[in-house]
Write a protein that binds this ligand. Structure first.
Ligand code: NAD
Length: 491
């Protein structure tokens, strides 16, 4: 197959940005342009204050984008000129969002494919040459057929579009590490000569840095389903451990010990077995609901119920955590102050989509608590935006909610600290925190710092509670400072 020289990535988000940056940095002969209609996002990608935070991302972006600094010809570009970049590219990565549908049939369950459809319509409209179209977005089974149908109907006659599935498996917070050293690269294609040739062309792009043994070429539809299945199984492990954590609290077992014991079994493995307040993020919930919806549309109702129960346990876990807070604080939060440590859905990311913090904060606001939130990375505008549509917000006064610049400011006068994100700086164990510079003032100021829990204790009202929704603190040490500590899955 002919080597690819120009790639256009549609969608400059958490997947499109980092993936394109790594592809460009490893393929100096390929010009990679990331396009998006969101002008603000594209402009931010052109600065050193990138629109998303990922450890190591800025270095990779600068390397490929700013040739003058590295004496390397720049080959990574960001643009809002979607039409031109599509027209010039031989290979197009579709990295647009595929959220849960909010209107009409399947609302709240099925995937919304309209962003993908409009991106593909645009390709059909402006293409003057054959193209390889790659599904990087997570899509329902047989989405490739839909895209092909739209392309055939909209494009100029005689042009050929080969559709590949190449799902992205990066995890936020470790995206660059995952992209540089992936467990596997999955490339799904039709088994036609043209399909196989396109798969080889894409494999060659990854082959610049990924071992050939890790580049797996499979059937197009297996590849689409494998991505949904992988996310469902990862989330299933978390819900299984969280379900066990509820039992631990009643029988006097310790979920961290149980997880450790189970994880030593090589068939099971130790990762993704950490109990918590519940998973968040833009993918797990939506992908499981999409998988369940597909099962239901195939009349596989028991299968759909099985997958949905993973999401049900997650909701149960968030509610259970809030109920414990209310119970410990003498069944009333009215007039009490709660310091929330962490708002991002997990550490080392500024992403707050579907974060468990939204549900927990909504619940405690409804109970009448004053809430003082501190997150090392997430900005106040984003926190307020996420909480805007919660039920509590409808009848709660704005004054119940304060977003703070430091953990100490959040704790002042508080009755309890609630840890909702496992940021290293909140833990009273382990090494001092190291974090890259380059994502706003907050990060640089706080790099290297850890919360001084003795100072926190001096600022709080008595009795003082810590509700550790991530099991990251050494409870014994905090109890020595006078805290009453409640962890997940520990009596
Ligand atoms: P995102 O919302 O951060 O980025 C999507 C971008 O696409 C947005 O900036 C949006 O403006 C742009 N866009 C939408 N329609 C467009 C169009 N027609 N033309 C140009 N730009 C358009 O989303 P994300 O988190 O990067 O996720 C993208 C896809 O990747 C989703 O399907 C998601 O399920 C999947 N995925 C995400 C992750 C993750 O960790 N976030 C991991 C693996 C897979």
């Amino acid at each position: 197959p002919v080597g690819i020289k120009k790639i256009c990535c549609i969608g400059a988000g958490y997947v499109g940005g980092p993936t394109s940056a790594v592809i460009a940095s490893k393929n100096p002969d390929i010009q990679v342009t990331v396009v998006d209609y969101n002008r603000e996002r594209i402009e931010a990608w052109q600065t050193d204050d990138l629109p998303i935070y990922e450890p190591g991302l800025l270095e990779v972006v600068k390397f490929a984008r700013d040739g003058n600094l590295t004496k390397r010809t720049p080959n990574l570009f960001f643009s809002t000129d979607v039409d031109r970049c599509i027209a010039e590219a031989e290979l197009i990565l579709l990295s647009v969002n595929t959220p849960t549908k909010s209107l009409g049939r399947g609302a709240g369950h099925a995937s919304e494919l309209s962003y993908l459809e409009s991106a593909v319509r645009k390709i059909g409209e402006v293409a003057e040459s054959n193209k390889i179209i790659v599904e990087k977005s997570t899509v329902p089974c047989r989405a490739a057929d839909t895209l092909r149908d739209v392309l055939v109907a909209t494009a100029k006659p005689g042009l050929h579009f080969e559709i590949l599935s190449n799902p992205e498996f990066l995890a936020e917070g470790t995206a660059i590490r995952n992209l540089l050293n992936p467990d596997r690269i999955l490339i799904g294609s039709l088994k036609t000569p043209r399909g196989l040739e396109a798969a080889q062309a894409l494999a060659a792009v990854y082959g610049a840095w990924v071992d050939p043994d890790r580049i797996i070429t499979i059937n197009l539809y297996s590849s689409e389903l494998a991505k949904l299945a992988a996310n469902a199984l990862l989330a299933q492990r978390i819900s299984s451990v969280n379900a066990l954590s509820a039992m631990c609290e009643s029988v006097g077992a310790d979920i961290d010990e149980v997880s450790y014991a189970i994880g030593l079994d090589k068939r099971i493995g130790s990762r993704m077995l950490k109990a918590s307040v519940g998973f968040g993020g833009s993918c797990f919930r939506k992908d499981i609901l999409s998988l369940a919806y597909i099962a239901e549309s195939l009349h596989l109702f028991e299968v759909a119920d099985y997958w949905r129960s993973i999401v049900d346990i997650n909701e149960y876990q968030k509610d259970r955590f809030t109920r414990r807070i209310v119970r410990c604080l003498y069944n009333s939060l009215s007039g009490k102050t709660l310091a929330v440590f962490g708002f991002a859905y997990k550490k080392d990311t500024g992403d707050t989509r579907e974060t468990a913090a939204i549900t927990v904060i909504d619940n405690v606001l409804t109970e009448g608590a004053n809430v003082r939130i501190y997150d090392p990375l997430v900005k106040e505008t984003q926190i307020r935006h996420e909480l805007k549509n919660t039920t509590a917000r409808l009848d709660c006064a704005e004054k119940q909610l304060t977003v703070c610049e430091s953990a100490y400011e959040a704790c002042t006068g508080a009755d309890a600290v609630i840890i909702l994100t496992e940021w290293d700086e909140f833990s009273n164990q382990g090494e001092p925190v190291r974090r890259d510079s380059g994502h706003g003032r907050k990060t640089e100021e706080r790099a290297g710092r850890k919360v001084d829990w003795a100072r926190v204790a001096a600022l709080m009202r008595r009795p003082m509670f810590v509700f550790d929704g991530r099991n990251i603190v050494d409870a014994g040490a905090l109890e020595g400072l006078g805290f009453r500590v409640e962890c997940i899955g520990k009596a």
